[in-house]
Design a protein. Structure first.
Length: 226
């Protein structure tokens, strides 16, 4: 038995489902967040690519946690639990997004006091380029904790068809499939395009941080009214 009848191996089928979902909905759902973040730190192509990889690693970590916990406690079998979980995680993601946006907005204002050319082009990217970008990872982690419908289907499938450990493996493989989506390249392209306007780097960074704040507030509003 497999998630995709044409692919009898369930692990390959899960990766294929992740690729399909990542190419369509996942890219459109995550790109506004990651592109706004890339704009707010003044990243170029390579840094934009690296930030997207870190963001995706955060999502995969969230999927791994969800898969492991589901295999042990058999979550998501109840619609009431799923609805309450989704609402709570959406609130968490909204709060984290707003907090990161405010943090980056404040840093761009601090960087604007230094009018040297190198500072106007790099803004806060120098800080994040020296170490692991924890903000991007946290953004991806909290985004991944808001479970998408295909992942719920995979987890329910794994609970009924396989051993508990398979919930973990299938969740990770699905996350890997989504991580190999066009989002990876689009993150780098976003950074490359934004670097083409160095004179507007300060304003691009501020707009990026502002959009992150608005996206977070929108998520909070949606979660609160549903």
């Amino acid at each position: 038995m497999s998630l995709i009848p044409q692919i009898p191996n369930p692990y390959l089928a899960t990766v294929a489902l992740g690729l399909l979902y990542g190419t369509t909905f996942c890219t459109s759902a995550c790109l506004p967040y990651i592109s706004s973040y890339i704009a707010s730190i003044g990243a170029g192509f390579r840094k934009g690519l690296a930030v997207t990889v870190i963001f995706n690693s955060g999502r995969m970590t969230a999927y791994a946690i969800i898969g492991a916990v589901t295999g042990v406690f058999h979550l998501f079998l109840s619609d009431a639990f799923l609805l309450s979980y989704q609402k709570y995680m959406a609130l968490v993601f909204g709060v984290v997004t707003v907090a990161i946006g405010i943090n980056l907005l404040l840093k761009t204002k601090e960087a604007s006091y230094d009018c040297s050319p190198s500072n106007s082009q790099n803004l806060v990217s120098d800080e994040s380029s020296q170490r692991f970008d924890f903000r991007a990872f946290t953004l991806g982690l909290t985004r991944g904790l808001v479970v998408c419908p295909p992942l719920v289907a995979i987890l329910l499938y794994s609970i009924t068809a396989y051993a508990p450990i398979d919930s973990f493996f299938l969740a990770v493989l699905f996350g890997l499939g989504t991580a190999l989506s066009p989002l990876l390249i689009l993150g780098g392209v976003t950074g490359w395009l934004l670097k083409k306007a160095p004179l507007f780097a300060k304003w691009i960074a501020r707009i990026g941080a502002g959009i992150l704040i608005l996206l977070g507030l929108s998520m909070l509003f949606t979660a609160a009214v549903t």
